[in-house]
Every structure is written in structure tokens, then in C-alpha cells.
Design a protein around this ligand. Structure first.
Ligand SMILES: Nc1ncnc2c1ncn2[C@@H]1O[C@H](COP(=O)(O)OP(=O)(O)OP(=O)(O)O)[C@@H](O)[C@H]1O
Ligand SMILES: [Mg+2]
Length: 231
């Protein structure tokens, strides 16, 4: 089964949406669109009746809502719909969920809590913003992080893991482990900043791996010319 990302033009790049119930790493430099892309994915899910979980260590629920309010894809409505659980890792609720910072956290219980939350609530779409959060919640050992990612892969949710990676060639373990890797680019050209998105890999899909143009519009991110690819 394929699911729509809610991002105009992106689904066409991967031949009609992304395979469901898989783990995708969304990476790129600061301000390249990772969080906006993921917010659109959640808004699309909420609008189509999916249950969603958004875990963030970067922004509070109110800040993210305010940022996404400048777009028309309905992130605020999604938050209000009751189908999105937003967990701010540094809120008191988040600290309760994950254990207090500074304490020695039982890394297995963090992994188990997230995966059993996803399964018990029948969550369809998950966003984790970002891998920095993973390293904060878990210990830094590769084995622990691998266990966490493997547990996420085994859930029946479609998961976006946002990663701060800036160098497209500096691949980390999560890029190999994930089913797909989507890289957002922003680079300076003579006439200003250019934005792009590239599907670096997507298992089982004959994706177009070229860099596609990305535009921030009132409707959110739009990939390519926004029109379905005609063959
Ligand atoms: N209408 C708009 N509303 C908000 N941001 C916009 C708008 N148009 C363009 N932008 C740009 O979007 C960028 C933010 O994108 P986003 O938060 O998705 O990036 P990110 O990759 O998650 O960044 P970070 O790594 O800093 O979290 C802003 O830096 C801003 O320049
Ligand atoms: Mg972000």
C-alpha cells in the first residue's frame, strides 16, 4: 500500500506515494524544509483519518503551530482534530513520557514505550524531529540506536525520522537501516538560494533520484512544477 505525503509533486517522484508502514529518514541542512515536509505528512494523515504521533525536541506544540499557520495545509486543524498526538520532549508531559533528563534513562524502556504507544493507539504516521532527540533520549551507543530504529521499523506506522545531516555523502547507520532516504538541499546560486529535494533511496520503488525543485508556497512545499508527471 502507498500513502500520500500530502506534498504536491512529491508523490509523483516516487510513483504514487510512499510505501506504507516503513521507516524514512528525512535529512538536510538547517532551514531546508524537513519539518515543514513532515508537518504536511501529518496534516495529510489527519485529513484522511490516520492517527499520527509527532515527537519534537526542537519546538513546542504552540511554536510549531504558529510556524505552520503561515501555510494553508491545515496543521492547526490537524492538531485540533484529536487524531494527532504531539509530544514535546522537553515539556513536563514529554519528560514524564521519556523519563526526566539528567536521570539515567532505561534506554530499553524508551524504545518500548514509543513502540508500544504506536501499536496500542494504532498510530499510522509518526514523525521524530530529530535524530538529535534519539541521541538525547538514548545512550550514544550504535547498538542502542540500532535497536531503537529496528523497533520503529517493526511497528505498523509509516515513520519519518528527521536527521540534521548536512553532507549528502556523510551517511550514518540510520540511512542504511531505513527503507528510504529523502534529502533536502538548499544551496546558493548566483541568483540566490535554490531549494531541492532528492529521493536518495526508496526500497522497492523505481524512484526518480534526481534533485527536484522545491518551492515554499502558501500551500506548503511544492515539488517540481506541482503537476502530475505525464508519461
Ligand atoms: N511561508 C513561510 N513560512 C515559514 N517558513 C518559510 C516560509 N517560506 C519559506 N520559509 C522557510 O522555511 C524555513 C523553515 O523550514 P523548516 O523548518 O521546514 O526547515 P528544517 O529543515 O526543519 O530546519 P531546521 O533544521 O532548522 O529544523 C525557514 O527558514 C524559512 O526560510
Ligand atoms: Mg526542523
Amino acid at each position: 500500500m502507498r500513502v500520500s505525503t500530502g506534498v504536491t509533486g512529491f508523490d509523483d517522484v516516487v510513483g504514487g506515494g510512499i510505501p506504507a508502514e516503513r521507516l524514512y529518514v528525512v535529512c538536510g541542512p538547517p532551514g531546508s524544509g524537513k519539518t515543514t515536509f513532515s508537518a504536511q505528512f501529518v496534516a495529510e494523515g489527519a485529513a484522511t483519518g490516520d492517527r499520527c504521533l509527532f515527537i519534537s525536541m526542537h519546538e513546542s506544540r504552540d511554536d510549531l503551530r504558529a510556524d505552520m499557520d503561515s501555510y494553508e495545509f491545515g496543521f492547526g486543524e490537524a492538531l485540533d482534530s484529536g487524531s494527532v498526538t504531539f509530544l514535546d520532549a522537553f515539556s513536563s508531559e514529554g519528560k514524564r513520557f521519556f523519563g526526566m533528563p539528567g536521570d539515567r534513562r532505561d534506554v530499553n524502556s524508551v524504545t518500548n514505550r514509543i513502540s508500544s504507544f504506536i501499536e496500542s493507539r494504532d498510530i499510522d504516521r509518526v514523525v521524530i524531529d530529530s535524530t538529535m532527540l534519539m541521541r538525547y533520549l538514548l545512550d550514544d551507543s550504535d547498538a542502542t540506536i540500532m535497536r531503537f530504529l529496528s523497533a520503529l521499523k517493526r511497528t505498523s506506522a509509516t515513520t519519518f525520522l528527521i536527521s540534521e545531516m548536512t553532507d549528502p555523502s556523510a551517511y550514518a547507520d540510520e540511512h542504511f537501516l531505513a527503507h528510504g532516504v529523502v534529502f533536502f538541499h538548499n544551496y546558493m546560486e548566483d541568483d540566490g538560494m535554490r531549494r531541492g529535494v532528492q529521493v536518495v533511496k526508496m526500497r522497492g520503488v523505481d524512484a526518480d533520484t534526481d534533485i527536484q525543485d522545491v518551492e515554499f508556497t502558501d500551500a506548503g512545499l511544492v515539488v517540481g512544477d506541482g503537476k502530475p508527471v505525464t508519461q
